[in-house]
Design a protein around this ligand. Structure first.
Ligand code: BDR
Ligand code: CA
Length: 309
């Protein structure tokens, strides 16, 4: 096998974030070198606690967690998405204090240092708002060149939004940060609603996962009930989207997706705030995933998840 990729996940855990992090923990082609926390589904403090808990559940006690920004770059803070992910971010699973401690470094400082130490090799996978990534770009003018690529879950080109008619939630929660990231010149892969809305999982899928991987699969199964219920409240009865796992899988299995290279701009104003749009500025182009072999992504997801525990 080729060398595993070095990966940092920037995350607001979050039920689908949990699935993505457990996937990364079990995938033989991923070397998870850290998590950075961000607000979104939960507050940043809660995201840090949840990230530590997830690593402890997964037996990755040595993987560091660096705490990120507490609020968006220019907008006031949004309330957490308790209706989608539950009060603590884990559906109905109760709060608990993690044993481990977060690192002394900020998320942005950790990202910058890791990108320097693993120049040309580090893949960053943001699965929450992009505030920490924008901060890392501000901190180090070489950051965009030092990373191998940024494979982000967010945005939508033709699919419309999920938090507003125009915007996907991660971009909506900090459009100014997203604008900074898309214009940075880093190699960027956008894993947005155009593909994640095609990758759906049902309660039966998660029941089967629990049978195969009782402990971590059982946790996911319990969390997924809350997540699936939210989807039914917005009229979606055919399953929940594997948003964040799709981004992690796109890091190692790009051949399961079809890509369009286009420059992306972000609306930061008015009712379209958070929309990802085609830009006239051709200096920075983004690889936008437009089509997916959804069955193959699901197969890959459960193949790894079934090996957990
Ligand atoms: C994104 O928003 C969050 O609720 C999910 O965790 C995912 O990262 C989907 O729009
Ligand atoms: Ca997320």
């Amino acid at each position: 096998m080729t060398q595993p990729i070095k990966l940092i996940i920037d995350t607001d855990p979050g039920i689908d974030d949990t699935m993505a992090i457990f996937y990364a923990a079990g995938a033989p082609d991923i070397d998870l070198i850290g998590l950075t926390s961000i607000f979104g589904n939960v507050t940043t403090d809660q995201a840090t606690r949840n990230a530590l808990r997830l690593l402890e559940w997964a037996g990755l006690h040595k993987v560091p967690v660096a705490q990120g920004a507490a609020k968006p770059r220019a907008l006031p803070a949004f309330p957490p998405s308790h209706n989608v992910h539950g009060d603590e971010g884990f559906g109905t699973i109760a709060a608990a204090t993690p044993q481990g401690k977060m690192s002394d470094e900020s998320a942005a400082a950790f990202l910058v240092r890791m990108a320097r130490e693993h120049k040309g090799e580090l893949v960053i996978c943001p699965i929450g708002p992009l505030t920490n990534i924008a901060e890392a770009l501000d901190l180090d003018p070489e950051f965009a060149n030092n990373v191998s690529r940024i494979v982000l879950m967010g945005g939508s080109l033709e699919e419309g939004g999920n938090i507003s008619p125009h915007a996907e939630a991660n971009i909506y929660h900090d459009p100014h940060a997203a604008e900074r990231v898309f214009a940075s010149g880093a190699k960027i892969v956008m894993v947005g609603l155009d593909v994640t809305h095609r990758i759906l999982c049902t309660a039966e899928d998660f029941d089967r996962l629990e049978e195969n991987a009782p402990r971590l699969g059982g946790l996911i199964n319990e969390m997924s009930r809350f997540y699936l219920h939210f989807y039914t409240t917005v009229g979606k009865h055919d399953g929940c989207s594997l948003h964040d796992p799709a981004a992690v899988i796109a890091c190692t299995h790009p051949h399961l997706f079809e890509t369009r290279a286009v420059p992306i701009a972000v609306s930061c104003l008015g009712e379209t705030s958070g929309a990802t749009l085609l830009s006239n500025d051709t200096r920075a182009s983004t690889d936008v995933l437009m089509r997916v072999d959804a069955e193959a992504v699901k197969r890959q997801f459960f193949k790894v998840m079934n090996t957990l525990d």
